[in-house]
Ligand binder design. Structure first.
Ligand SMILES: [Zn+2]
Ligand SMILES: [Zn+2]
Length: 330
């Protein structure tokens, strides 16, 4: 099979011919039809996330068809369409796993980081971390739901009711979660890179109440904010925009250093928290909710071999919505 392989962090991925991966008793073999490109992939390529398995196939927004099932697999069948997320396996025995916080498992392994992912024609996945996907959305449009959507959904849940919600960094995750928030009757305030009028217009088209630069103060006090952009300076900016008792949720896996800020920004029971990974329950809930809204993802598709160019476009903010690789086209 063809795969885009990371051999050396800091260097571009290389297109390689590899054998179709072997699957274990708890795993399914998946023919990959679409794989989203996530900012986390960029953090792995750049070495911000340490000690990836090498060589590594990136990609943790996998959509594909089950081609083979291991002997202990339950609930998935040959020919079924499935999605594979970032969380690829947990120990099932630690204190976190036992209280349904498997997203915090110390032994967790992650797709496209410690396990080969979906920048390839085939991938294997643990059946407990492969979700059946409902029809009504194409493979490419479904791919961003698997990380941008899921992490966004978990972040949204962490904001509580928050009728006025700020979204900092209006990319793949924000454009999905804005639709969920609007569906729930919330008002959305979108913050983009400085001068990103295209991103701001995109937010308005999706129904945002207001859109502006991330350095700007919103026209009204927010109840909560979610930071999808990996820029530490947004933490004090968002704290300054939320009301007393409000929460600022950091959704990214990596963030630049948060600058020192005055205690008055945190005072008034404001709260800063992070969101890590996802639980299986998040996956089941969100993938059931998305088709009801229905969430429409804005995607740009590319052949597998163009993965490096897609990562570069993501880095420079030149993808509107989400970038998706299609291994079946060349
Ligand atoms: Zn565990
Ligand atoms: Zn991701």
């Amino acid at each position: 099979m063809r795969a885009m392989v990371l051999e050396d962090p800091g260097s571009p991925l290389r297109l390689r011919e590899r054998p179709i991966p072997e699957y274990g008793a708890d795993q399914v073999l998946i023919r990959v039809t679409a794989c989203g490109v996530c900012r986390t992939d960029l953090h792995v390529v750049d070495g911000d996330l340490k000690e990836p398995k090498l060589p590594l196939v990136l990609g943790h927004e996998i959509v594909g068809v089950v081609e083979a099932v291991g002997e202990r697999v339950e609930g998935l069948e040959l020919g079924q369409r499935v999605g594979v997320p970032w969380l690829g396996g947990t120990c099932a025995e630690c204190a976190y796993c036992k209280r349904d916080q498997e997203n915090l498992c110390d032994q967790a392994v992650f797709t496209g980081y410690q396990i080969d992912g979906g920048y390839a024609e085939y991938a294997v996945a643990d059946h407990r971390y492969a979700f059946p996907l409902a029809s009504g959305i194409s493979d490419a449009e479904a791919a961003p739901l698997l990380c941008a959507g899921l992490i966004g959904y978990r972040s949204l849940c962490m904001t509580g009711e928050a009728p006025k919600l700020g979204l900092y960094g209006f990319g793949a995750a924000a454009h999905i979660i804005a639709q969920v928030a609007l569906h729930q009757g919330r008002k959305v305030f979108a913050f983009t890179r400085q001068g990103d009028t295209e991103g701001q217009e995109f937010a308005h088209r999706l129904g945002a109440q207001w859109a502006g630069d991330s350095s700007m103060h919103p026209p009204t006090e927010l109840d909560a904010a979610i930071l999808f952009a990996p820029a530490g300076e947004l933490v004090p900016a968002a704290l300054a925009a939320v009301r007393k008792g409000g929460v600022v949720v950091c959704a990214g896996i990596h963030m630049t250093q948060i600058p020192a800020f005055d205690y008055s920004l945190l005072w008034g029971e404001r709260c800063v928290r992070s969101v890590a990974n996802l639980t299986r329950r998040d996956g089941q809930e969100f993938l059931a909710l998305a088709p009801q809204i229905p969430v429409r993802t804005q995607i740009q598709t590319f052949p597998l071999a163009e993965a490096n160019q897609v990562l570069e476009r993501l880095r420079t903010g030149k993808i509107l919505g989400a970038g998706v690789l299609l291994p079946e086209i060349s």
